[in-house]
Write a protein that binds this ligand. Structure first.
Ligand SMILES: [Mg+2]
Length: 247
């Protein structure tokens, strides 16, 4: 089906609309490297620092608690689950999750929110054309970031990490189904924009009609391998294809 026949878009936020994936990555690196360094003497083999590859493979696009569990599992390291009441000082999944959120908010304060120029242009055009647009994000800070960027009112609906908890949605595939439901369409009738391999997989799992991988940092092969129907370098390419009269 030609791309311009779609009228409903579901978009990830961090790394697609806002350049905040790098802030998440820096916050994760701070938390995991601190942990790995302070426990270095206990490991049976040396643990390299948290890498960009670790971020993309184990953490990006996932809920915070899942990211921590998956990173530790990938390194073959054990960590206690703890409870949601754990303070950031506790070395548990929940404690480290608090630490990561504190680090993210601090870095967000320092660096501010940058919106990708091509996203601003594309979403602005799609709104004017009356397309329905949902934002789906695993992040509980999604609305805060959109507000900082002045984009909170741009979208028909937002399904973020807080909704996930409130509505008992299981994962990103569940969030995508919820977004389509709120827009009154089937997931088959939607286009998904995603920069994370986990998000691309979730889109396929949810039965999205067209999954577009957004390659901001040279991850196109990984996005294709995860099941993306096509990969673009930026939303300008999608904008041109969805509304040919703009070309
Ligand atoms: Mg993302």
């Amino acid at each position: 089906m030609p791309i311009q026949t779609w009228r409903t878009i579901i978009s990830d936020m961090d790394g697609v609309i806002t350049d905040t994936a790098r802030i998440h990555e820096a916050a994760w690196k701070q938390v995991f490297d601190d942990y790995l360094q302070s426990h270095a003497a206990e490991f049976s083999s040396p643990q390299p620092p948290f890498s960009p590859d670790d971020y993309r493979r184990h953490v990006d696009g996932k809920a915070r608690l899942t990211g921590i569990r998956d990173f530790f599992a990938a390194r073959g390291l054990a960590i206690e689950e703890g409870t949601p009441e754990d303070p950031p000082e506790r070395e548990t999944v929940h404690g480290l999750s608090r630490r990561k959120n504190d680090a993210f908010l601090q870095k967000l304060e320092q660096l501010g929110v940058q919106v990708y120029e091509d996203s601003l242009r594309a979403f602005s055009a799609w709104r004017k054309q009356g397309l329905k647009i949902a934002v789906v994000s695993a992040s509980k800070n999604c609305r805060l970031v959109l507000r900082r960027a002045g984009l909170e009112d741009w979208f028909d609906t937002i399904v973020d990490g807080l909704d996930t908890e409130r509505q008992g949605l299981k994962d990103k595939a569940g969030q995508i189904r919820e977004a389509a439901h709120r827009l009154g369409v089937s997931t088959q009738d939607t286009v998904l924009l995603e920069d994370a391999t986990s998000g691309v997989q979730a889109g396929k799992q949810a039965g999205v009609g067209l999954v577009i991988g957004v390659d901001r940092h040279g991850q196109s092969e990984a996005l294709i391998a995860a099941g993306a129907d096509l990969v673009v370098r930026g939303l300008r390419e999608v904008e041109l294809q969805m509304e040919p009269e703009f070309s």
